[in-house]
Design a binder for this molecule. Structure first.
Ligand SMILES: Nc1ncnc2c1ncn2[C@@H]1O[C@H](COP(=O)(O)OP(=O)(O)OP(=O)(O)O)[C@@H](O)[C@H]1O
Ligand SMILES: [Mg+2]
Length: 282
């Protein structure tokens, strides 16, 4: 089987096609009469950050759930490391190497950082090997250059950014190849957002494929390589960051025809039409 690749436009500054780790083709998912996803394509390569943006109800979370084994798609194919796969359960996603940090983080406030990192995955089943888990916890946090004061304090004592860091570190425990982050900077302040975006950079440096859902154009522009726009459950544009303005992305999100590009095109059309009129009347 040939390895699917993502062709980078010359403007991206990376001429080499990169090997896709995860790709979704023609995915659809309906809930009764609601078509949450229709014929969606998505691709992520190793060492690439792909942002998924779209308005409320655009289908972003449903797409995340299809990739993380929460929902089975009604149609479409998923390819992971060149093999066609099905992802029937969240465990199947983790076993493949797709880890998801959901928006609610699902951390246990009363447990400390170590216990949260290894919840349900204690190094020796049936026995908590505290020392080994503490060492591994610091290793994980160091890989992310994370600023956590202690791994023995309860999650409740951490800031929002630090909690997000712990949730991302936890997703790394199984050595995944793809990480999906659902709104990782929502509800964070400026400094904490910068910290989490730095962490996304670390994930990319480590060669992971990162899929990041976001509502924030500044975050997208700061950290993503590509932006995939969803609108009403369909693909509505794909852009290389650096070669697109925030306005163009927003126009794709809202489906607005009244943006700078379409206005300019309309003016040119009008000018052409009026010069044709003159030719006809003269
Ligand atoms: N379990 C479900 N049952 C019924 N309808 C659902 C379910 N999950 C999602 N939907 C519907 O599918 C559509 C897409 O929802 P989804 O949550 O994927 O959007 P989203 O892009 O994540 O939006 P938001 O930005 O608000 O989180 C919506 O119309 C939503 O009501
Ligand atoms: Mg959502």
């Amino acid at each position: 089987m040939s390895i699917p690749t993502i062709d980078q436009p010359a403007s991206a500054g990376r001429a080499e096609p990169r090997t896709s780790i995860l790709s979704l083709r023609g995915a659809s998912k309906s809930f009764g009469a609601v078509a949450a996803l229709t014929d969606i394509d998505l691709e992520v390569a190793a060492g690439e950050v792909v942002a998924i943006v779209g308005d409320n109800g655009a289908g972003k979370s449903t797409l995340v759930k299809v990739l993380s084994g929460v929902h089975l798609p009604d149609a479409g194919t998923i390819t992971f490391e060149s093999n066609q796969v099905t992802i029937p359960t969240p465990t199947a996603a983790l076993d493949l190497g797709i880890a998801t940090v959901f928006q609610d983080l699902a951390l246990c406030d009363n447990l400390n950082v170590i216990n949260n990192l290894f919840l349900g995955r204690e190094l020796r089943p049936g026995r908590l090997d505290e020392v080994a888990m503490e060492v591994r916890s610091w290793e994980l946090l160091r890989q992310l250059s994370a600023k956590i004061p202690s791994v023995r304090i309860p999650i409740a004592a951490l800031s929002g950014g630090q909690r997000q860091t712990v949730a991302i570190a936890r997703s790394l425990v199984g050595n995944p190849k793809v990480i999906i982050l659902d709104e990782p900077t929502a509800a964070l302040g400026v400094a904490q957002t910068a910290e989490v975006l730095n962490l996304v950079e670390r994930l990319r440096e480590r060669g992971l494929g990162v899929i990041m859902i976001s509502h924030n154009m500044a975050d997208v522009q700061a950290v993503a390589d590509r932006v995939v726009v969803l609108r009403l459950g369909r693909n509505n544009g794909e852009f290389t960051v650096g070669a697109v303005s925030p306005e163009e992305i927003i126009a794709a999100i809202t489906g607005a025809t009244d943006n700078a590009v379409t206005r300019r095109t309309a003016q040119i059309d009008l000018r052409t039409a009026s010069s044709l009129d003159k030719e006809v009347t003269s």
